[in-house]
Design a binder for this molecule. Structure first.
Ligand code: TPP
Length: 578
C-alpha cells in the first residue's frame, strides 16, 4: 500500500501511542494536518507555537514520556525555539515536528524559509532534516528513542512539504524499541563509594532531576533512612522526599533553606546524584561544598567534572546506581549528625517550618500572624505570599499538579509548597522561561484529566503567553491560574532593591491590565481577591470548579523572596530575614 510522508508520520505517531499533539498549522505543514485530521490523535490548537511547545512539555514533564508539538516553517519554527531550548536545559523529552519549504526551495530564501535544522543544533539533543518519505520510517522511531533514552531531551524533525506529500510503498512498519534507560555503574567504584559512606560521620545526599528521570525516588527514601543521612535537593529535585521528613533539608542555593546551604559546608561526604551543579544551586562554585569528599553520579558523562570537580564519579542512571549501592550501605544511627540537623532545622524556622504539626501537611510559618480564615491578607489588602501558598496547598488534594512561571512567585512556591511526589512540580529550572506556566499547566491537565492543576504566575510572566487562555478555555481543563499580581517584574525589582541601589529601571508596569476582565474575555471564570470579602470561600469555589478559573491576588511590590544569596556570591553569604 502507498502512503504519503505525512500519513507515515501520523501513522507512526499513533503507533507510538501519542494521543494529543499541540500545534499550529501553516502552509508548510498542511499535508501533515490533513493526515492528522484523519487520525485518532487529538489536536490542541495553541495560539502561539511557544505555547504549543510548552503544552507538550506539560504532558512530557508530568508523565515522564515524550510528547509532540507541530509548527509550520519560518516563524512557526522560530516561535518554537524557546520551548525547545527550555526542554534541552531541563532534559525534557519533546519531539517537535516542523514543516519546511519544499526541498527544491531550500537555500533560496523562499517564503517562510528558515534554517530550522541549523537553528536547533545547539538547543536539541538531536535534530533531523528529512530528505525523503522513506527516511521517515527510520527517523521517527529514532527521534523518540533519542528523546526518551539516557538523559532525555528535545528532538526536532524538520520535514519539507514535498517530503510530506511524497507517496511511497510501505510494506513493513518499523517498531518503536523501548529505550533502555538504565546504564549500569562500575561495581568497583560503587563498592568504594559505599565504603566511604559507611565510615563517613556527616554524609549528605544532594539530589536533582536525574533521580526523577530514573524513577529512583523510593530508593532515595530508603537510603536516607538506612544511612541516616540528610537530603538536600535542587529546584528540580523537590518532591523526591516529602518535606515533613526529619532529614529533608529542602532546596539548596540562591533561595534555598539556610540549613541546607549551611550543612553542605559541614558535611564530610556529599553524594550528588543526578544534579548538574547549576550556579543558582551552588552559588560561587569554588566555595561550594569545600570540605567534603564529593561523589558525583550522573548518566551523562558530560556532566562529570563539568562545573564542580568530584573526588569520585560514576556514570550511571541513579536507579541502577542505587540498586547496586543500597545493599552495600550499612545501617547507621549517626546520632550527632542527625542531632545537628534537627537543631538547625528547629533554630531556623524560615522560609517555612515543616515539623510543628500545623495543617494536614505539617506546615507552619513564622509569619503566621494573620487571621486563619483570610489567607494572610495584610492591612494594605495584599496577601503574604508564603502564608497564602501554604494555605492554598492545604485546600487542594495532595496529588494536585503545580506549574509556575518565573519570578518571585516561583521561588515562593519552591520554598513553601509541600510537594509530596516527583513530577508534581512543573517549573522551568534551567532556562527560567517566563511564559512557561500557563501552557505547561494546560498540557499537564490534558495528561491528567483526573487531577487539579494550579498555575502560579506573575503579572509579567502571564502576559508573555496570555493568548493561551484561549487554548485553556477551549480545552475546558481543570486549571486554576493563581496570579500573584504585584504590578512589577518582582524578581527584577528585588535585585534592584538589594543590589542596584533601588534604581528601579523598567521593572514597574505603568499600565496594569484588568486580568479578571481579560480572563472573562477569553471565556474563563475569574475571581478577584482584591475585592473579595471572604477570600477562603472564593478560593474554595475556584478549586471546586469543573473548568478553568483565574484568580487575581494582590501582592505587595516590596515583598521579598528571602533568604537570598547575592548573585555570584557563596551560599554561605546568604541574606537572611533579619
Ligand atoms: C522570557 C524571560 N524574559 C526575561 C526574564 C528575566 N526575568 C526573570 S524574573 C522576571 C520578573 C518576573 O515577573 P513576574 O512574572 O511578574 O513575577 P514576579 O517576580 O513579580 O513574581 C524577569 C523579567 C525571564 N526569566 N524570562
Amino acid at each position: 500500500m502507498t502512503y504519503s510522508g505525512a500519513a507515515i508520520i501520523i501513522h507512526l505517531l499513533e503507533k507510538k501511542g501519542i494521543n494529543v499533539i499541540a500545534g499550529i498549522p501553516g502552509s508548510a505543514n498542511l499535508p501533515l494536518y490533513e493526515a492528522l485530521g484523519r487520525s485518532s490523535i487529538r489536536h490542541v490548537l495553541a495560539r502561539h507555537e511557544q505555547g504549543a511547545g510548552f503544552i507538550a512539555q506539560g504532558w512530557a514533564r508530568s508523565r515522564g514520556e515524550a510528547a509532540v508539538c507541530f509548527a509550520t516553517s519560518g516563524p512557526g519554527a522560530t516561535n518554537l525555539l524557546t520551548a525547545i531550548a527550555d526542554a534541552k536545559l531541563d532534559s525534557v523529552p519533546l519531539v517537535a515536528i516542523t514543516g519546511q519549504v519544499p526541498t527544491a526551495q531550500i537555500g533560496t530564501d523562499a517564503f517562510q524559509e528558515i534554517d530550522t535544522y541549523g537553528l536547533t543544533i545547539p538547543i536539541t539533543k538531536h535534530n533531523f532534516l528529512v530528505r525523503s518519505a522513506r527516511e521517515l520510517l527510520d527517523v521517527l522511531p529514532m527521534a523518540f528513542f533519542l528523546a526518551e533514552s539516557g538523559r532525555p531531551g528535545p528532538v526536532v524533525i524538520d520535514v519539507p512539504k514535498d517530503v510530506q506529500l511524497q507517496e511511497i510503498e510501505v510494506k513493513r512498519w518499523p517498531a518503536f524499541t523501548k529505550p533502555d534507560l538504565r546504564r549500569r555503574p562500575d561495581v568497583d567504584v560503587v563498592a568504594e563509594v559505599a565504603a566511604l559512606l559507611n565510615k563517613a560521620e556527616r554524609p549528605l545526599l544532594l539530589v536533582g532531576a536525574g533521580v526523577v528521570e530514573s524513577s529512583a525516588a523510593a530508593q532515595i527514601g530508603r537510603l536516607v533512612d538506612k544511612a541516616n543521612m540528610p537530603l538536600a535537593c535542587t529546584l528540580r529535585g523537590l518532591g523526591i522526599l516529602p518535606p515533613s521528613h526529619r532529614l529533608n533539608l529542602g532546596m539548596i542555593g540562591m533561595h534555598g533553606t539556610p540549613y541546607a546551604n549551611r550543612l553542605m559546608e559541614e558535611a564530610d561526604l556529599v553524594l550528588a546524584l543526578g544534579v548538574r551543579f547549576d550556579d543558582r544551586a551552588t552559588g560561587q562554585v569554588t566555595s561550594f561544598c569545600r570540605s567534603a569528599t564529593l561523589v558525583h553520579v550522573d548518566i551523562d558523562k558530560a556532566e562529570i567534572n563539568k562545573v564542580k570537580p568530584s573526588h569520585y564519579s560514576v556514570q550511571a542512571d541513579i536507579h541502577s546506581f542505587l540498586s547496586a549501592f543500597l545493599p552495600l550501605v550499612t545501617v547507621a544511627e549517626r546520632k550527632a549528625w542527625c542531632g545537628m540537623v534537627a537543631d538547625l532545622k528547629a533554630g531556623i524556622a524560615y522560609p517555612v517550618r515543616w515539623d510543628d504539626g500545623v495543617g494536614h501537611d505539617g506546615v507552619s510559618h513564622v509569619n503566621d500572624d494573620f487571621s486563619r480564615n483570610d489567607l494572610g491578607r495584610m492591612d494594605d489588602g495584599c496577601f503574604e505570599p508564603i502564608s497564602l501558598i501554604r494555605r492554598i496547598a492545604a485546600m487542594v488534594p495532595d496529588n494536585t499538579l503545580v506549574s509556575t512561571d518565573v519570578g518571585q512567585h516561583q521561588m515562593w512556591v519552591a520554598q513553601t509548597y509541600p510537594f509530596q511526589t516527583v513530577r508534581q512540580f512543573l517549573t522551568s529550572g534551567g532556562l527560567g522561561t517566563m511564559g512557561f506556566g500557563l501552557p505547561v499547566a494546560v498540557g499537564a491537565a490534558l495528561a491528567h484529566p483526573d487531577k487539579l492543576v494550579l498555575c502560579f504566575s506573575g503579572d509579567g510572566s502571564l502576559l508573555m503567553n496570555i493568548q493561551e487562555l484561549a487554548t485553556l478555555a477551549e480545552t475546558k481543563t481543570r486549571v486554576v491560574v493563581l496570579l500573584f499580581n504585584n504590578g512589577h517584574l518582582g524578581l527584577v525589582r528585588q535585585q534592584q532593591a538589594l543590589f542596584y541601589g533601588k534604581q528601579y529601571t523598567a521593572s514597574a508596569f505603568e499600565v496594569r491590565p484588568d486580568f479578571c476582565g481579560l480572563a472573562t474575555a477569553f471565556g474563563i471564570k475569574a475571581v478577584d481577591l482584591s475585592t473579595s470579602v471572604d477570600a477562603t470561600a472564593d478560593l474554595k469555589t475556584a478549586f471546586a470548579c469543573e473548568g478553568p478559573v483565574l484568580v487575581n491576588i494582590p501582592i505587595g511590590a516590596d515583598a521579598l523572596v528571602l533568604p537570598m544569596v547575592p548573585p555570584g556570591g557563596a551560599n554561605q553569604t546568604m541574606i537572611d530575614k533579619g
